[in-house]
Design a protein around this ligand. Structure first.
Ligand code: AMP
Ligand code: TRP
Length: 343
């Protein structure tokens, strides 16, 4: 599936990250690093800090504001250039919530009931989850379709939501007899589309994990990165000769994938290089690589965070540029569904 599946639509990339806590190595390798690559390939790129999604579970207001600015600093420090990409926070462009409503009326309950992330996040007591958490994927569809985006770079866990977006777009087009929305393709590439916890190779690395040792945060100092990698769970076996030898070794495999993604190499090449060596030898190499790649990002984030007014200015300008694309598409949507637009 590529943009070629959307004749008549200009290739355009949209993606989002929730500013509900700090950015992790999982966000960096699964999303952010690839956002920068797409920008540098010269495709039109729109990146959004989805604060409306963040409040589907309660957020401390002061922390949310801080995390939104910090995530913006993380994007810029990682290489997003606000002059080349559009970088903004979702709530500053009202069209997201407006299209979200229209799409709530297109999406079917049966489709929403199949969303695995809702089940994970709502847990056992789903009656107590917010209505927003349930509708979350249809707001995500609005984020993407509002820009007629054709490609959506995400980590593995978001594939189902992008597929739902395609279903919503197709149903809208069918119900109203139009070819208005493209069918956006998930773009899931690289060695680290699912970075696992450093403490438990069966769990995704996540900003919401209660254990800070389970993740590397983009704000961690070099010493913290080193300590977390040294403590990361592994096994007593040496590195195998071939990648297949990591099959049932989730923690070891995760560290290899992280190394490969940070180095821009394949996991197979990394296994080959370290074949026969113990993880006692591999971990220091991973520490050096991680500190070399992530250290400068955390330093730059600190520098940017010293001037929050400048970050707000960048987000404001991004929101204006986003709005200029989104507004006409929203207006056309309202016309298609039969709303009187007289002002
Ligand atoms: P979130 O933090 O849930 O808003 O996720 C933002 C982006 O980061 C999405 O594209 C996710 O798929 C990606 N992402 C989050 N955690 C991971 C992880 N552990 N491994 C790979 N990608 C991830
Ligand atoms: N649901 C995504 C996540 O939790 C974040 C998100 C919201 C998103 N809107 C989006 C991702 C639009 C891609 C495109 O990771």
């Amino acid at each position: 599936m590529t943009a070629a599946a959307n004749p008549g639509f200009t290739p355009r990339i949209f993606s989002g990250i929730q500013p509900s806590g700090g950015l992790t190595l999982g966000n960096y390798l699964g999303a952010l690093k690839r956002f920068v690559e797409k920008q540098d390939e010269g495709i039109e790129t729109i990146y959004c800090l989805v604060d409306l999604h963040a409040i589907t579970v309660w957020q401390d207001p002061a922390k949310l504001r801080h995390a939104t600015r910090e995530a913006a600093a993380g994007f810029i420090a990682a290489g997003i250039d606000p002059a080349r990409s559009i970088l903004f926070n979702q709530s500053q462009v009202g069209a997201h919530a407006e299209l979200g409503w229209v799409l709530n009326c297109v999406a079917r309950l049966g489709w929403m009931n199949r969303m695995t992330q809702f089940k994970d996040k709502a847990g056992k007591n789903s009656e107590a989850a917010s209505l927003g958490l349930y509708a979350y994927p249809s707001l995500m569809a609005a984020d993407i379709l509002l820009y007629h985006a054709t490609m959506v770079p995400v980590g593995e866990d978001q594939k189902q939501h992008v597929e739902l977006t395609r279903d919503i777009a197709a149903k809208f087009n069918h119900d109203y007899g139009v070819s208005f929305f493209p069918a956006p393709a998930p773009v899931i590439e690289g060695a680290a589309t699912r970075v696992m916890s450093l403490r438990d190779g069966t769990k995704k690395m996540s900003k919401s994990d209660p254990s800070d040792a389970s993740r590397i945060n983009l704000t961690d100092s070099a010493d913290m990165i080193a300590a977390k990698i040294r403590k990361a769970k592994t096994d007593a076996e040496p590195m195998p000769e071939h990648l297949a030898g990591l099959k049932d070794r989730a923690e070891a495999k995760n560290l290899v994938n992280i190394y490969a993604a940070l180095a821009g190499r394949t996991p197979a090449a990394v296994v080959h290089e370290f074949a026969g060596k113990g993880f006692g030898a591999f971990k220091p190499a991973l520490v050096d690589l991680a500190v070399a790649k992530l250290g400068p990002i955390s330093v730059e984030m600190g520098r940017l965070m010293a001037d929050p007014a400048e970050i707000d200015r960048i987000l404001g300008q991004g929101a204006e540029r986003a709005d200029a694309i989104a507004r006409p598409i929203l207006e056309r949507t309202f016309e298609i569904v039969g709303m009187v637009r007289s002002r």
